[in-house]
Design a protein around this ligand. Structure first.
Ligand code: NAI
Length: 295
């Protein structure tokens, strides 16, 4: 059976929520989606995210990727709303807020009470076990709760990890896989293990690079990034990628995977990451990270 997703809600209007809201609105062209609502605890951030999405659409229009009519349709269906205005008849609600289990669970609990029984509830978490968040949900909702993990930038990266908890309806995961396939993504079904697939493998991409650099030096970051790009064939170096992801987000994910593996040294965070987080150098979003983006 194919899914009939009409009303999508994205919670969290940061790096990922913004990209996901843009992508789902664009899917209105090729799917049954009729509305995409973006929610953030900070309404101003939500409005800013919508402005940035519109700027991006205008750029894409000038490059000939979308027509004026298409952009008008996307703009029409994408709207910022407040948490209390999330409608019970939403079909798919994806959370992309701070990587903190307790905060996420509070949001899921309130949504569980509010949403219709058939609604799909998902987390974009990079590392928090799906089962640990499902604990806060009712028996029926657990069947329709899962991880839907997009990659950054969400409009461009094809991979979407679909992670089932132990109570998730596996037919639903298959239906979602087919749905994402039909929208041009490359979905992968994953088991609920620390870091899923990509974030587990990627821990060493970042961790070893940090241990090789070992000091706060842009010269070192540049050297390591260029070796991995030019010789290793990676599209971005580890330091450029951490700056894109957000060093605060990347650090939380590292800590979470490390703790889930009972602090195995190969997953250990590095003091340079903590230093960046503590000094507000969070990467591109704060204009300063391993590199500087101030101009
Ligand atoms: P971010 O820090 O850019 O944005 C988080 C947003 O959530 C902020 O706008 C904040 O105001 C909002 N927020 C916080 N608490 C909230 C609440 N209780 N209710 C509503 N809104 C709330 O974070 P980012 O990078 O977008 O990450 C979000 C999630 O996506 C995290 O779980 C992260 O691990 C995951 N993720 C991040 C990726 C990345 O490259 N940054 C890639 C894939 C997944």
């Amino acid at each position: 059976m194919s899914l009939n997703i009409k009303k999508v809600v994205i919670i969290g209007a940061g790096t990922m929520g913004q990209g996901m809201a843009q992508w789902f609105a664009q899917c209105a062209e090729t799917s049954t989606i009729e509305s995409v609502e973006l929610v953030d605890i900070n309404q101003d951030l939500c409005k800013d995210a919508i402005k940035r999405i519109i700027q991006s659409w205008n750029k894409l229009e000038s490059k000939g990727k979308f027509t004026k009519e298409q952009i008008a349709k996307f703009e029409d269906i994408l709207n910022p709303i407040a948490m209390e205005d999330i409608s019970e008849d939403s079909d798919l609600v994806i959370e992309a807020i701070v990587e903190n289990k307790d905060i996420k669970c509070k949001v899921f609990q309130s949504l569980d009470e509010k949403l219709k029984p058939g609604a799909i509830l998902a987390s974009n978490t990079s590392s928090i076990p799906i089962d640990s968040m499902a604990l806060s949900l009712s028996k029926e909702r657990k069947k329709r709760f899962l991880g839907i993990h997009f990659f950054n930038p969400a409009t461009i990266m094809k991979l979407v990890e679909i992670i089932n908890g132990s109570e998730t309806d596996l037919d639903l995961c298959q239906e979602l896989k087919s749905w994402f396939d039909s929208q041009g993504k490359k979905p992968a079904l994953c088991k609920d293990s620390p870091g899923f697939i990509v974030n587990r493998v990627a821990r060493n991409f970042y961790g070893e690079s940090l241990r090789i650099a070992n000091i706060d030096s842009q010269e070192k970051y540049r050297e390591i990034d260029s070796v991995l790009k030019e010789v290793g064939g990676f599209r971005m170096g580890p330091f450029e990628l951490m700056d894109l992801i957000g060093i605060d987000v990347n650090y939380s994910v590292t800590e979470s995977v490390w703790n889930s593996f009972y602090q195995e040294p190969r997953f250990a965070p590095h003091s340079l990451q903590r230093k960046m987080v503590e000094s507000g150098r969070h990467g591109r979003k704060s204009a300063k990270g391993f590199y500087s983006y101030e101009d």
